[in-house]
Design a binder for this molecule. Structure first.
Ligand SMILES: [Zn+2]
Length: 108
């Protein structure tokens, strides 16, 4: 969740916003073969669906907002949460792959 190397926890995992480095600069772990695929997006779809939809429904039942205001508010909330969480969630999927499928990242 700290967006750091799954083995040493010291080297930064990302070279750009979502580009995983080829190797950890601290311990040299080869990260080129990681494959998080659609995992981070799927995690966020489920997480934000459970976290954002109930408050949105409650507010729509209790407050008489126009539809355009709902569209703006919930779009900003969902986009902000997605941009804020996609890096830690991607780092989490790389760490889970390292933990449970280490042979694919670290051939011995
Ligand atoms: Zn490392």
């Amino acid at each position: 969740m700290r967006c750091a190397c799954p083995r040493c926890g010291k080297g930064p995992l990302f070279a750009g916003f979502l580009d995983v480095r080829d190797a950890c600069p601290a311990c040299g772990l080869d990260l080129r073969r990681h494959d998080s695929g659609d995992g981070p997006a799927v995690f966020l779809i489920f997480l934000l669906g459970f976290v954002v939809v109930p408050p949105a429904l409650l507010i729509s039942l209790r407050v008489d907002w126009p539809l355009w205001l709902h569209a703006i508010v919930w779009s900003v909330v969902i986009l902000g949460a997605t941009v804020g969480l996609i890096r830690p969630v991607k780092a989490l999927t790389v760490a889970i792959q390292y933990r449970y499928r280490r042979s694919e990242l670290e051939p011995s």
